[in-house]
Design a protein around this ligand. Structure first.
Ligand code: 4AD
Ligand code: MG
Length: 429
């Protein structure tokens, strides 16, 4: 039988065997302490000469940080901390050594830690972040699976651009060219016509030559698409989705968020409907604090922060100028020049976490947009078919998982939100 630290309370008073790694060791004369981690949790193992005998007590000295150990002992309630268990050690064996583990309790520089990412993942903080990430992903899937959406994942090798040609990763596809997917959206528009409510969830790639706190080269995106939803239905879906993911994560990952010292009160209010601003209204707010902002421009990081700082909930900005949005965005017939797109800006300066909107369903208009964006019509022949054979209004959005993880965990930088981040200038380890 395998025992895990996360289940210790079930074994109160029993003798069990644990296998794991030495997180920390310290001694205070007659008692020695091994902080053991096994991936599911941490437990203090107490070496007391009277319980484990002299040989094991002395062997303790050979246990170094991150060596692999097997411990046999009795599960006991901690004397002072309620709900905490410890192990009174009877026997202990070093299964594999670890000499001069490079990550020590002292401060390390970011570059060093990023180069040591494969080891850094073992630390308490990184462990907590990635457990929160896993919960967020599960919540994302449960939300859509529980509402009749069908998972229809998009390909990664694609023949054309979805989000502009400037950030495309080109690769060989035997004798042809292909690009790594920037977004699964165009494919979701096809599957939406087959299944009504669909989503995809997978890695996406952007060759963004910028080092920011918010940009990854490879990131994971969840993209729902719904037939017959307009831009307003799309915002309703997005706010219900965000509420579900945030509330479920703070409920199920309270301990991890405590380790991260996240102010939960800021997340508890992420409920109900979110404020909605027309682009022009958002510009008014921005101009008060950033007079240099030019009407018609896209928002920079600081502009997003100016807008979001006025609200305690995430805020939608809709009707961006058509000129700064992707070719597939529907222009509002009642407001020429403005697109029926809606982005969601997170609270606390985390910026855009969702981008989406209503798609152009009219083939003539779409053909014009493809030309204007200097895209090749033949690459989009299949996409145009969706407008030829039973066109339909439809909307969807994309949530960048890592931006959501950074926001929910309260992290200053996106690089810690996934196990092995790909950043501009970094593809190791
Ligand atoms: O706003 P974006 O570019 O929208 C799309 O790709 C749409 N095709 C999605 C859709 O409607 N199905 O990207 C969507 C989200 C952003 O709001 C952001 O959260 C994230 O993806 N994102 C990035 N995350 C990390 N690093 C990057 N370089 C990102 N680029 C976008
Ligand atoms: Mg966007």
């Amino acid at each position: 039988m395998r025992y895990y630290i996360e289940d210790l309370e079930k074994y109160d008073g029993q003798e069990i065997e644990l296998k794991g790694w030495a997180y920390n060791v310290r001694s205070s004369g007659k008692v020695k302490f091994l902080e053991l981690r096994d991936g599911t949790g941490m437990v203090q193992c107490v070496f007391f000469k009277g319980d484990c005998g002299e040989a094991i007590f002395d062997a303790f000295e050979k246990i170094t940080q991150e060596s692999t150990v097997r411990v046999i002992g009795t599960v006991k309630k901690h004397q002072r901390q309620a709900g905490v268990f410890e192990i009174s050690v009877k026997d202990c064996e070093i299964l594999a050594p670890s000499k001069d583990y490079p990550i020590t309790p002292k401060e390390h520089g970011t570059d060093f830690l990023m180069n040591s990412r494969h080891l850094w993942l073992r630390s308490k903080r990184q462990h907590a972040i990635l457990r929160v990430r896993a919960e967020i992903i599960k919540a994302v899937r449960d939300f859509f699976d529980g509402r009749g959406f069908t998972l229809t994942d998009a390909p990664i090798f694609t023949p054309s651009a979805c989000e502009g040609t400037s950030t495309l990763f080109e690769t060989k596809y035997f004798d042809e060219k292909a690009y790594l997917s920037q977004s699964g959206q165009l494919y979701m528009e096809a599957t939406a016509a087959a299944f009504g409510k669909v989503y995809c969830f997978g890695p996406t790639f952007r060759a963004e030559k910028s080092k920011t706190r918010r940009h990854l080269i490879e990131f994971w995106m969840v993209e729902p698409e719904v037939a017959f939803n307009d831009m307003y239905d799309n915002m309703e879906l997005a706010e219900q989705f965000i509420e579900y993911v945030v509330q479920r994560t703070i409920k199920n990952k309270a301990e991890e968020l405590r380790v991260l010292e996240r102010d939960i009160s800021k997340l508890e209010v992420i409920k109900g409907s979110f404020p909605r601003l027309h682009y022009k209204e958002a510009v008014q707010i921005i101009k008060k604090e950033n007079p240099q902002f030019i009407d018609g421009d896209d928002f920079g990081g600081t502009d997003e922060t100016i807008v979001s700082s006025k609200f305690e909930k995430p805020v939608f900005v809709h009707h961006f100028p058509q000129a700064i949005k992707a070719f597939y965005m529907k222009e509002d017939p009642n407001e020429p020049g403005f697109a029926m797109g809606c982005d969601l800006l997170a609270t606390e300066g985390y910026g855009e976490i969702i981008g989406g909107g209503q798609r152009e369903e009219n083939i003539e208009k779409l053909l014009l947009k493809i030309k204007e964006h200097q895209l090749r019509e033949e690459d989009f022949a299949w996409y145009l078919d969706l407008r030829r054979f039973g066109s339909f209004p439809h909307s969807g959005f994309g949530l960048g998982i890592e931006r959501a993880v950074a926001w929910i965990c309260g992290l200053p930088h996106i690089r810690e939100t996934l196990p092995f981040p790909r950043l501009y200038g970094r593809s190791y380890p």
